[in-house]
Design a protein around this ligand. Structure first.
Ligand code: 6PG
Length: 257
């Protein structure tokens, strides 16, 4: 049985402080990875919340982040064209990727426009390659996976109770029906792919997410396997970056800081 480390829960006064701390953390992890292994494998999340983080990385870390040695992936994508305003890639490109010196060949977007969706999922899976089958740090495929959380508890495009949550073999699957807007089909990394991260960082903001955060992190339903976050953990660490609104239903003792 895989030993699961307790998640760290870091609570900040607001989204700005939370984002500042997370940007600093990602830059520190990236530099360490590049120093130790020559590359940083970074999985981006979609949705609205990370936009401020991406803008900050582009602004404050343009010169000091090892972009030349960073390989960018995506945790999920809405099945639209890459220029569509609903595209996670379009958001990340506009807020971050078009402003930093990262070679285009190091940006690996999920092909949301490819049909059938099974073909799109299979092509991203072959780009990721097979997951290392060994234990501990030898099982790492990605260095840092960034995730958000929906008010229903979904992460990437893994929705509570969805059959995609039970996928144990494939690394990427198509999700024909999204549980929250935009109601377009999705492509998503699966539980084993997300858990092949050395570190998973959640970025969650706002009181409307508080119930989902508490359900994902605490009793009484911590073992509820229909809740995606109960299944996701990094090989070395899982860190939740929250603002006070998102943390409002968590017991104070569960905060790490
Ligand atoms: C997506 C996502 C999704 C997102 C959450 C939170 O494509 O929608 O990647 O998992 O992270 O829905 O989204 P917000 O930050 O917009 O609340």
């Amino acid at each position: 049985m895989v030993r699961r480390l307790k998640p760290h829960v870091q609570v900040y006064p607001n989204l700005r402080a939370e984002t500042t701390a997370l940007a600093r953390h990602i830059a520190t992890v990236a530099r360490k990875c590049v120093r130790e292994r020559g590359v940083f494998h970074f999985v981006l999340s979609g949705g609205r919340t990370p936009k401020a983080l991406y803008r900050l990385l582009a602004r404050r870390y343009r010169e000091t982040f090892p972009w030349h040695a960073t390989q960018v992936f995506f945790g999920d994508e809405r099945c639209v064209t890459p220029a569509d305003p609903e595209s996670n890639y379009a958001m990340a490109r506009a807020a971050l990727l078009s402003h930093v010196p990262i070679p285009l060949t190091q940006i690996h977007r999920l092909p949301g426009e490819v049909r059938p969706l099974s073909k799109a999922a299979a092509s991203y899976a072959s780009l990721i390659g097979p997951l290392p089958s060994r234990r501990g740090s030898a099982s790492v495929r990605f260095d840092l996976v960034l995730l958000g959380l929906g008010s229903d508890g979904h992460l990437a495009s893994l929705f509570p109770g969805a059959s995609a949550l039970r996928e144990r073999r494939r690394t990427v699957v198509a999700v024909p029906h999204a549980g929250q807007p935009p109601y377009v089909p999705r492509l998503t990394l699966t539980v084993p792919a997300l858990c092949s991260a050395r570190e998973v960082c959640f970025l969650v903001s706002g009181e409307e997410k508080a119930a989902a955060v508490a359900a994902s992190l605490g009793a009484p339903h911590a073992e509820d396997r229909r809740l995606p976050a109960n299944l996701i953990h990094g090989v070395q660490a899982t860190v939740w970056f929250l603002d006070r609104g998102a943390a409002v239903s968590l017991p104070r003792q569960s905060w790490t800081s």
